[in-house]
Design a protein around this ligand. Structure first.
Ligand code: ATP
Ligand code: MG
Length: 598
């Protein structure tokens, strides 16, 4: 991605400010790291961490990443890079259902494609949270031993009712005051498969009257007989996300754990749990035991998730679109998945520009989809070479041009980068031009081809129209013209004849007939499903149009994922999936101008 040449300084944001302050106060200066995740005893064997900060991107492998995740990736990996730190890629695979290797692979691909990796000096910082199940179990027993957790056998309904409301305190469970021994025995029975799914849970013992409902004895382990993609059938109890996530962060010695705003109310539990697990304890005989987790502990910071108009950024909804075949797979170019955006021709540099431009804030808002498109346009305008494409062809015959002859015309590859040189395109007697570039009865302000009008064939000659042929329905089939031999672009005196219009063309004998897909927005509403509507009802039924086009011959050699500006039309990319060598098909990435802001 060559637009890295003019880096945009990452705008400051509140998270950067926090990190700068932490570093200036040497908060993590003596933090030890043993080269791999682990408990306090393990980390104590290590040396002072060379990574100034550690962040993580922790996707659950239950779907493909979307543009919202890109924001989080740029934030976490970007901060690590800018502050001499390391960002971990962690698969948060503690939920046995709905997780799969396909998702793991696609997520890894997406992160790499956005320009980031997890191989750092001497270590590979790619982790799977399910590898921490043993520790999580030990942590749960430790909470029980220290009177901080109990096994609750209330039904789900009872638990819900007794949790209370925003205005009413909750009620203690009748199981809340079991002895440590009873709780330990019960929890081990849960682990050993002695109890049915859903029959009991392990809960943290905090405060049923807390004004924060998340602190009213949250569940931390549940019984669930499910096969896990990594641990198989080893476990029939699984930790809850709110219990697992802080522990994962602590074992990996994350300093700044950055998440979206909906976790703000979980922060007190995050801190409570890690403190309980890090503090030294005493056994019944009064013997001191060191804490399980090393300090300094990670801290959680929340930012506003990305909401983008005209798309849905929720794995659940994306899964529905794919499974119900509203689109053709996860990488359908209309989807806001990273895989789809990539096929559409969006670029990593464009995403970087976008995330820099929208910034990071603590207030939820909607970002206009057109801002993302503008960023892609800007990057492609700089990066993409120009080519000529006739998307809706009709024939133009130059009647006074010799039959069987052709000649070279020279078209610059990039108007802003003369160093990219020019390429030759062939001109001959029969050309393809855009149907809309000829009007038999021109409307006001139409400066292209009209009967008896004159126009310049871009990079070629000035031609004068002499008439047209029509079919039985009155539809124009062929336009006729004559060329003015002394007017060839780039030759002395070529501009002696002044014309107002300038049209593009492709020689019939030298054209590459290609399939092009014109994509439009997948949803016709800015906020799909807003109100009580089903978001599927807002699908734009005309979000793709497949056309047969006439392109300049050089495009026949386009490599998959090569992007071009088709002059006057927009940016197009050779599809990475459906293109075969010598026969690429093209996807429209974005038009030259925003067609939705009419
Ligand atoms: P979804 O809501 O689409 O299912 P998720 O939050 O469940 O997404 P995770 O796999 O848990 O998906 O997300 C991995 C990381 O990406 C999390 O740290 C999460 O905060 C972040 N993330 C997810 N969606 C967005 C978004 N729209 N904007 C910014 N960050 C996001
Ligand atoms: Mg999630």
């Amino acid at each position: 991605m060559s637009s890295e040449k003019t880096p945009i300084p990452a705008a400051s944001n509140f998270i950067r400010a926090i990190i700068e302050k932490d570093l200036s106060q040497s908060k993590y200066a003596t933090k030890k790291w043993a080269g791999s995740p682990g408990d306090a005893a393990h980390q104590d064997t290590g040396v002072v961490d060379t990574a100034k900060i550690r962040t993580r991107f922790p996707p659950e492998p239950n779907g493909y990443l979307h543009i919202g995740h890109a924001k989080s990736i740029f934030l976490n990996f970007g901060l690590a890079r800018d502050f001499d730190g390391i960002c971990h890629l962690r698969f948060d695979d503690t939920n046995p259902e709905k997780e799969s290797q396909e998702y793991v692979d696609s997520i890894s691909d997406a992160v790499k494609w956005l320009g980031f990796g997890w191989d750092n000096a001497n270590e590979t910082n790619l982790y799977f949270a399910s590898n921490y199940f043993d520790f999580m179990y030990r942590a749960a027993e430790s909470l029980i031993e220290n009177g901080h957790a109990y096994v609750d056998e209330q039904s789900a309904d009872e638990m819900r009712i007794n949790r209370g409301t925003l205005t009413e305190a909750g009620k203690d469970s009748p199981f809340r005051n079991r002895t440590v021994a009873e709780n330990l025995a019960r929890f081990r029975e849960m682990r050993d498969g002695k109890h049915a799914d859903g029959s009991m849970v392990l809960r943290a013992k905090i405060d049923m009257a807390s004004p924060n409902i998340n602190m009213r004895d949250p569940a931390i382990y549940r019984v669930r007989r499910a096969h896990h993609h990594n641990t198989g059938d080893q476990w029939c109890i699984y930790p809850m996300y709110t219990f697992a996530h802080p522990i994962e962060d602590a074992l990996e010695r994350i300093t700044h754990s950055i998440c979206t705003l909906e976790f703000e109310d979980q922060r007190p539990f995050y801190d409570w749990l890690l403190l309980r697990l890090a503090e030294p304890t005493e056994d019944v005989g009064g013997n001191k035991k060191p804490g399980l987790l090393a300090e300094p502990l990670p801290k959680q910071y929340e930012f506003a998730r990305l909401n983008l108009t005209y798309v849905v950024l929720s794995k659940r909804k994306l899964i529905q679109l794919v499974e119900e075949k509203h689109v053709n797979g996860w990488d359908d170019p209309r989807l806001p998945t990273i895989a789809g955006a990539r096929r559409r021709g969006y670029t990593a540099a464009g995403f970087k520009l976008f995330t820099d431009r929208i910034g990071v804030s603590k207030a939820d808002s909607w970002i206009e989809y057109s801002i993302l498109e503008d960023c892609m346009r800007e990057v492609l305008n700089t990066d993409a070479e120009r080519r000529i494409a006739v998307l809706d062809p009709i024939k133009l015959v130059i009647d006074n041009y010799p039959e069987g002859q052709s000649e070279d015309c020279f078209a610059p590859n990039h108007p802003l980068k003369p160093e990219l040189g020019k390429r030759t395109v062939q001109l001959s007697k029969e050309l393809w031009i855009e149907r809309e570039d000829f009007m038999e009865t021109p409307s006001k302000g139409f400066f292209r081809l009209t009967p008896e009008g004159m126009v310049r064939l871009r990079y070629g000659y000035v031609v004068k129209c002499t008439g047209c042929e029509k079919d039985a329905d009155g539809k124009v089939t062929v336009v006729h013209c004559e060329y003015l031999p002394d007017t060839k672009s780039g030759t002395p005196g070529s501009d002696s004849v002044k014309v107002k219009g300038n049209i593009h063309w492709v020689s019939v004998a030298h054209a590459y007939e290609a399939e092009v897909r014109l994509y439009d927005r997948l949803f016709k509403e800015a906020h799909p499903g807003e109100g009580d509507k089903d978001f599927l009802d807002d699908i734009n039924q005309n979000s793709v149009q497949v056309i047969t086009t006439q392109l300049e011959l050089s495009l026949k050699d386009a490599k998959p994922e090569e992007s071009f500006q088709f002059e006057r039309h927009g940016y197009f990319v050779a599809d990475r999936k459906d293109s075969v060598a010598g026969k690429p098909v093209f996807n429209r990435t974005v038009t030259l101008k925003d067609a939705w802001q009419k």
